[in-house]
Ligand binder design. Structure first.
Ligand code: PLP
Length: 285
């Protein structure tokens, strides 16, 4: 089946979808992005993702290059042209093409907008959720504004690769005080011995995940409480349950951290319930 991408106003066959070598996204990671889950052909939580995109654009001082409704139309068109039922849609906006110079281009360059979509293997993700994943911790050596969803993901890529090479599926990043910030591409959660959920408060040290935010509603509906605060690795090792959240994985149980078994080594009841309930609280566009 042919794949298509949207690049600066045009829907192109995937192999022809290109940006210039002097695109500032390529040169400096001067670009922001979003990833939305696609479920039954529909975008999940489009409104919240576009809200966060606007915050990311404002934080890097880039004007939204098109209206929200136009952007929404492009996202849906790329999903439709690629016939995605279950998968993801990716959107990236860079500060455009200009002679390589750290200072912003003057006059302003036209931002580069790229949208792609791809199917995800649902069976494989469900199988992974049924067994749970292993994570390994490593130092969080990212910059101080990881709340902005920029494409500057080299530390995340290095952490993920190191995790895979240690037989784990995700890295948990640990700050200089010994607290877990988040995963390489997901937010980190634990369930304490007394049944409270804990996830780090959303400051500049984590990306405020859309899934994380929606999950607060699912948690409340279960009569559970969340503490938003830092938690140390030792607290995580002793947790009753652990899990990660992201748009493409929703709630993914964690059953091993640094080789230590969490709970009884199987996905916990809270993570399993929240995974099942999640989409009742998400918006399907
Ligand atoms: N944290 C990081 C570093 C991420 O890259 C992501 C998603 O890609 C998340 C958290 C989860 O965010 P969301 O739930 O919006 O997908």
């Amino acid at each position: 089946m042919s794949r298509y991408a949207y690049v600066n106003g045009r829907y192109l066959p995937f192999r022809d979808a290109k940006v210039h070598v002097e695109d500032r996204g390529y040169q400096f990671a001067d670009a922001v992005y979003e990833v939305c889950e696609v479920r039954a052909g529909r975008l999940v939580d489009e409104r919240r993702h576009l809200d966060r995109l606007e915050r990311s654009l404002a934080a890097i001082r880039l004007r939204p290059p098109m209206s929200r409704s136009a952007l929404g139309m492009v996202l849906r068109e790329v999903v439709a042209r690629n016939r995605i039922r279950f998968g993801l849609v990716y959107l990236q906006i860079s500060r455009g093409v200009a002679r390589r110079d750290l200072a912003f281009p003057t006059p302003e360059a036209a931002p580069s907008i790229v949208v792609t979509a791809r199917a995800l293997n649902r069976t494989r993700i469900e199988a992974r959720a049924a067994t749970g994943i292993a994570v390994v911790s490593m130092p969080d050596n990212r910059w101080g504004r990881v709340d902005i969803k920029t494409v500057g993901l080299l530390p995340n890529a290095l952490a993920r690769q190191a995790a895979l090479e240690q037989g784990a599926h995700e890295a948990w990043l640990v700050d200089s005080s010994g607290a877990v910030t988040e995963g390489a591409s997901a937010n980190a959660w634990i369930v304490t011995r007394d049944g409270k959920l804990v996830t780090r408060h959303a400051d500049h040290a984590i990306l405020g995940g859309i899934t994380r935010g929606v999950l607060f509603d699912a948690v409340k509906a279960q009569g559970l409480t969340v503490e938003q605060r830092p938690f140390a690795l030792d607290e995580a090792y002793a947790a009753r349950e652990a899990f990660i959240t992201s748009a493409t994985q929703t709630v993914m149980p964690v059953v091993r951290i640094d080789g230590r078994t969490i709970g009884n080594g199987k996905p916990g009841p809270i993570a399993t319930t929240l995974r099942r309930e999640f989409h009742r609280f998400a918006e399907a566009g």
